[in-house]
Write a protein of this length. Structure first.
Length: 325
């Protein structure tokens, strides 16, 4: 651009005369296929959420959004792949509770969790539930806390992962209730549930929907849910907050982000389309059947949420000396 042309463009920008071009630029994105890096295996809840969102964004933009399942290393592998992608908005990455745990759990990550990425929005969240084997002589949270205080370190509680949301929720509950219990981590929700059903562990903290069949059949006793509101799947089960611990609110969640430096028009278009996808009645209905609540969030609010989660999870991980490598 020649010097006179540059001065002319600068004059137009200063006068706001090029402002109408911004929406046009935003509408030009995307002009080719996109991809969504999902750090969970096909068929699971995270994969399902990713495919629902990708399908709706694809419909709205007229461009394919391909879901790529890149599992491993407590979601680090998929996040590192996002780091290697161009910062152009054509690659989104899914994140979950593990994203805020990993900075404290790993001695070194191949990325800076908050500097290398731009949080886009929370996608969904789901409550966790505390369930016991029916043989345990407790029927509510007050009785469970009393028993745990009377028998420190004797009660065992199962979780699906040593570094997952259930573990963090359980440790935060133990901290709030001032009890000491022994954690047993399994390689998934199913074996954790089996341990409680068989009486090998006293209780578990798991996704609500995973426990519904056992609670309804009487094979597990539901004690409390960890979210601030009751679960629609088990509406008679009180929250931890209702049961004597006001303000307690811990959930599993999924969100999405892009590379830092993504052009603003592309970032805004992605945020708008993902938000629109999450507010569709059919999307919310599908999520509800999975025990999930859609939670589209303004980007600054989501970033603040991630920083709070990272601080809380990091404190727990460091205090317990948990390590992922």
């Amino acid at each position: 651009m020649t010097a006179p042309a540059a001065r002319f463009a600068a004059t137009l920008l200063a006068g706001g005369l090029l402002a109408p071009l911004a929406p046009a630029i935003a509408q030009e994105f995307p002009s080719r296929p996109m991809r969504f890096l999902v750090p969970f295996p096909p068929g699971g809840v995270g994969d399902t959420v990713g495919r629902i969102v990708a399908n709706q964004v694809s419909k709205a933009t007229g461009q394919p959004m391909v879901v790529e399942n890149r599992t491993g290393a407590n979601t680090v592998i998929a996040t590192e792949l996002l780091l290697r992608a161009p910062a152009d908005g054509y690659t989104m990455g899914m994140i979950a509770t593990s994203f805020t745990v990993n900075p404290a759990a790993y001695s070194k990550l191949p990325y800076d969790s908050m500097k290398d990425f731009s949080p886009l929005t929370k996608l969904v969240y789901n409550p966790l539930i505390i369930c016991t084997n029916p043989s345990l002589p407790v029927r509510n949270l007050k009785e469970l806390v009393a028993l745990a205080r009377a028998r420190p370190d004797e009660l065992t509680w199962a979780v699906s992962s040593a570094l997952g949301g259930g573990r963090i929720a359980g440790e935060l509950f133990a901290e709030a209730a001032k009890v000491r219990m022994t954690n047993v981590a399994f390689g998934g929700g199913a074996p954790a549930a089996t341990s409680v059903l068989g009486g090998h562990t006293s209780m578990l903290i798991n996704n609500v929907l995973d426990c519904v069949p056992y609670v309804e059949s009487g094979r597990m006793r539901a004690i409390a849910v960890t979210s601030s509101q009751r679960s629609d799947a088990l509406p008679k089960v009180p929250t931890v907050a209702e049961s004597g611990f006001p303000g307690f609110d811990v959930t599993n969640w999924f969100g999405t982000m892009v590379r830092a430096g993504t052009p603003r028009p592309a970032f805004d278009r992605l945020h708008a389309e993902v938000t629109r996808a999450l507010t569709l009645p059919e999307t919310r209905e599908t999520f509800a059947k999975l025990g999930l609540t859609a939670d589209p969030t303004p980007a600054p609010q989501f970033e603040a949420f991630l920083r709070r989660e990272m601080e809380t999870s990091g404190r727990i991980v460091r205090a317990l000396g948990l390590k992922a490598n």
